[in-house]
Design a protein around this ligand. Structure first.
Ligand code: HEC
Ligand code: HEC
Length: 239
């Protein structure tokens, strides 16, 4: 991951401005140590059974028994999400690089604040069937949403929204509308420090109607994912 080298000055300015908010006065981890933890976790063997046990004990109460999230509580679906992205987010929460009161107290538990736990949880979550019917928006501006997504976002998130493990890019399909809208707003206001400045600019450039149109379009994406690693011989996927 080279996200930090591309935006060192801006990152430092923003980091110092947000340290108090995010960390309550505790020093934020250095970017090198965050990247190293992500890399280490991705190299470990994943024990998905242990991931399932940890999930049932510590996560299901909020993210749901099948990791489909909750639209009304604005809790994301995690089922089928990219493994590399999941590991990076758990590390970011743990290192206070991403804001979230709920997730900070989760990863503060000794059983959950380590690389093996992140590897096991990510392996388990990635293996789950995706949400088939996430919450959608009002359906009014789907053409606008499609045009913006395919022009400005698909180069990274892929035209079917499936994301990409190599770039730590999340799947943005099979996700609740309310969560997508909220993340597009919060990323634009630097609630995540360990991100490329370009992403913040892309999301900040959308007005409210555009952001809700894209989120609505994404929440309605259906059909097989064009992911050859996971595709059956008839072109369908298990997810
Ligand atoms: C108290 C409720 C709660 C519990 C328990 C909880 N989460 Fe979360 N989780 C949330 C909320 C709320 C968010 C959204 C944070 C935000 O708005 O940025 C979230 C976000 C996430 C994300 C980011 C998803 C994305 O698409 O970026 C991951 C990954 C995650 N949680 C994993 C877990 C795992 C694994 C566990 C158990 C070890 C867990 N969570 C337990 C509430 C919870
Ligand atoms: C340069 C590549 C790139 C482009 C272009 C891009 N994204 Fe992303 N996006 C990312 C990466 C990388 C992340 C994960 C950030 C992190 O690690 O926290 C992300 C995260 C997100 C998330 C949060 C997902 C979650 O589960 O929390 C949403 C929503 C999103 N992008 C939507 C968009 C939209 C809409 C556009 C177009 C306007 C867009 N992105 C353009 C790379 C990109």
């Amino acid at each position: 991951m080279a996200t930090h080298s591309r935006m060192p000055v801006l990152r430092l300015v923003v980091a110092s401005a947000l340290i108090a908010v995010l960390a309550g006065g505790t020093a934020v981890a250095s970017p090198e140590s965050v990247d190293e933890k992500v890399r280490n976790a991705l190299q470990l063997d994943q024990n998905t059974e242990r991931g399932a046990t940890l999930y049932a004990k510590h996560c299901a109460e909020c993210h749901g028994p099948r990791a489909l999230g909750s639209a009304s509580r604005v809790i994301p679906a995690l089922a089928g999400q990219r493994r590399a992205y999941l590991v990076k987010q758990l590390t970011d929460f743990s290192e206070l690089e991403r804001a979230s009161r709920e997730m900070h107290s989760v990863v503060a538990k000794p059983e959950l604040g380590n690389e093996q736990a992140w590897a096991d949880l990510a392996g388990f979550l990635n293996s789950l069937p995706r949400a088939s019917f996430p919450q959608t928006g009002d359906g009014r501006d789907l053409e606008l949403g499609e045009a913006i997504f395919q022009e400005q976002c698909a180069s990274c998130h892929q035209d079917d929204g499936r994301g990409d493990d190599d770039g730590f890019i999340p799947s943005v399909r099979d996700q609740h509308y309310s969560y997508l809208v909220r993340q597009m707003r919060t990323i634009a206001s630097w609630h995540r420090l360990n991100v490329d400045a370009d992403l913040v600019r892309y999301l900040d450039s959308l007005d409210t109607d555009e952001a809700t149109a894209v989120a609505d379009y994404l929440s309605r994406m259906r059909g097989p994912i064009q992911d050859h690693d996971r595709m059956n011989s008839d072109g369908t996927t298990n997810n």
